[in-house]
Design a protein around this ligand. Structure first.
Ligand code: DX5
Ligand code: ZN
Length: 234
């Protein structure tokens, strides 16, 4: 398992990165999906954890992640869409999550948990829902390694991208500078990724736009090419 320093430098070096969202994979054939992803050039896996309480859907938790960990050495970027994430932190670290992102809306205040995640040697991420303003997250960006901007309501894959959230990506990039890893999650596709990259995002979570395609490798490569050519300054 990578420590925080290694994970952070790996994440920064792989930008722009396409992060397949395992929510959309075929769970009936997980082993095969992991083999395909490993050979597809995916630089990391995005693991969507849902508790049926913070969001109106259930996905999977540490037991499944622990089994996935035995099948791949790709970095794990866990997106916890759960209430009371502090309570479950130990479990997600134990099963091998090298970046852990929780929601600002799920905690009374995020600072202590961000600091605890870092203290434990894990990349600390903060996520915000589409309706949460940037100003609510801004005071905490200094304590974040990764800022995840939701571009759909959390809970389900396959939803339509909400372009209004892009201003939060731009604001975060100008407030925090180049080191902050900014991830965008929900509805990222060939037609929306260019705008995300132009706004300053550098990790692009992709569920449907990878798993609904017949060839994961070319889907990831095409998305990444668009992100590269759309980056500010290109
Ligand atoms: C939604 C999840 C996303 C989602 C992405 O709550 O956080 O990661 O599965 O799937 P698509 O790319 O299909 O929107
Ligand atoms: Zn996600």
């Amino acid at each position: 398992m990578r420590n925080r320093d290694t994970m952070l430098s790996d994440l920064r070096a792989m930008r722009p990165a396409i992060a397949p969202s395992m929510l959309k994979c075929d769970f009936g054939n997980l082993h095969r999906e992991l083999e395909l992803l490993t050979t597809s050039g995916a630089p990391l896996l995005h693991l969507d954890v849902m508790d049926g309480h913070f969001v109106p859907n259930l996905s999977y938790g540490p037991m499944v992640i622990e089994r996935i960990r035995t099948r791949t050495s790709l970095p794990f970027d866990a997106h916890l869409m759960i209430s009371d994430p502090a309570r479950y932190l130990d479990e997600y670290i134990r099963v091998g999550c090298e970046a852990i992102t929780f929601h600002l809306e799920a905690v009374p205040e995020p600072l202590s948990l961000l600091r605890e995640i870092r203290r434990r040697g894990v990349v600390a991420g903060l996520a915000i829902n589409p309706e949460t303003p940037f100003s609510a997250a801004e005071p905490f960006l200094r304590e974040c390694d990764l800022f995840l901007v939701m571009s759909v309501r959390p809970g389900f894959g396959g939803q339509k991208f909400i372009p209004d959230v892009l201003s939060k990506v731009t604001q975060a990039r100008s407030a925090a500078g180049p080191d902050l890893i900014i991830s965008i999650d929900g509805g990222v596709s060939k037609s929306t990724i260019g705008a995300c990259a132009r706004a300053g995002a550098d990790v692009f979570v992709a569920g449907s736009s990878v798993f609904d395609e017949p060839d994961y490798k070319s889907a990831i490569a095409e998305l990444r090419d668009i992100a590269i050519t759309s980056r500010p300054g290109c």
